[in-house]
Design a protein around this ligand. Structure first.
Ligand code: HEC
Length: 188
């Protein structure tokens, strides 16, 4: 009996290691991942634009501080997936990247430098779940809070941001830069 037990464990480990995605599955996760990333970006973006209209960065920064992650979680629930935004230049420490996310960020940075198209990545992650990664690129409208201090970001805005995030690294970006990545874990 004991030997069978070992055999079963061995087979389970082996099947875990060899889990791969077919091309059809990959296409499906890419399509779904893109849709979730876009819907979340739109959700955050439309709320942010509203706050900017109402009271400028003075209203929009506290809004991002309290609402960006709850809104992202709301979208995770809606799509039954774990949706995360992360970056190598963090503002909010809660969005910290893991080892694999750091590798993907590096990969996109190199691709951007080489003028290559930034395609989404889908793979089985360490927990055995299908995982989607996609680039987040800086747009002009983002620079009010992520651009250069004294240029797009006023000194006043910078000190407001620093009052929430004393360790802020998410400043000094230019339009077209890699701001970070979407990291979406599917629940199998
Ligand atoms: C009104 C100021 C403001 C604007 C405009 C703004 N952001 Fe942010 N951003 C923040 C704040 C504050 C945080 C930290 C809170 C959070 O989102 O978790 C943040 C966090 C982020 C993060 C999460 C990673 C991290 O560093 O914590 C990403 C990615 C991001 N912003 C991208 C963008 C993009 C892309 C745009 C433009 C479409 C944009 N931001 C526009 C204020 C802003």
């Amino acid at each position: 009996m004991k030997n069978y037990g070992f055999l079963l464990v061995f087979i389970l480990i082996l099947s875990g290691c060899t889990k791969t995605l077919s091309e059809e599955q990959k296409d499906k996760y890419i399509t779904e991942g893109k849709e979730m990333a876009l819907a979340t970006a739109n959700k955050l973006g439309s709320n942010l634009s509203q706050k900017m209209k109402e009271g400028g960065v003075k209203e929009a920064v506290p809004f991002c501080n309290t609402m960006a992650n709850p809104l992202t979680e709301e979208m995770s629930k809606k799509y039954n997936a774990e949706i995360k935004r992360t970056s190598d230049k963090l503002r909010n420490d809660k969005n910290k990247p893991n080892e694999e996310e750091n590798k993907i960020i590096d990969y996109y940075k190199k691709a951007l430098e080489a003028n290559k198209q930034l395609e989404p990545v889908v793979e089985i992650d360490a927990s055995g779940n299908p995982h989607f990664y996609g680039p987040i690129i800086m747009q002009k409208k983002c620079l009010a809070c992520h651009g250069s201090v004294g240029k797009e970001v006023s000194v006043k805005t910078d000190s407001l941001i620093k009052s929430y995030y004393s360790n802020d690294k998410a400043i000094g970006f230019k339009e077209g830069d890699l701001r970070g990545i979407w990291s979406i874990t599917f629940s199998n």
